[in-house]
Design a protein around this ligand. Sequence first.
Ligand code: FES
Length: 196
Amino acid sequence: MMHQLDAERGDYTLHYCARSRTHAAFVPELTDNPHTTFHFGDEDPAQILDVARDLGEPQPDTAVYVCGPAGFIDHVLGIAEAMGWPPQVLHKARFSNDGAAAQPDAGGSGGFTIRLASTGAEYAVPAGSSVLDILLENGIDAPHSCQLGICGECVVRVLAGDPDHRDDVLTADERAEGMFATCSSRALSPTLELEL
Ligand code: FES
């Protein structure tokens, strides 16, 4: 993201937190980056991350991306929301998404069916397979990356049916707009129609 923003001359700030410099990756690369502020737990207490101070007042044209362990993300986003940052500008990427695929389908163990809006083709999604698995197995060029529900690359729109969201990337507004992560989310209805 930083490379892309630098190429586009975008305005951004990276707040990079770690226990110490020796625990942090990319320190040499980031030290000379004017957009980077380090926060190391074993250095001057004044430079340790203070979410309210370092995030500042809500800015409608600014997106906030938080990446890291779940507790850290919850801490940062909890303060951001309390400060009035609108949900649609808050984004998160967890280091892992344990258990997203471990829950049984709400409709039982039989899985569900997906229908592609462009062709009307239908495919069964059995328990133990993701929607993305089935798309790829059937030769559909479905975008994807992490396959953990944390990057957003696989998101498509649901046109009909009732999704069972299990990703960790979509906001409540995006889910309300019908967005759906094919790598991790499932269905509460027998069929989902996808904008594919
Ligand atoms: S591939 Fe990353 S969220 Fe689905």
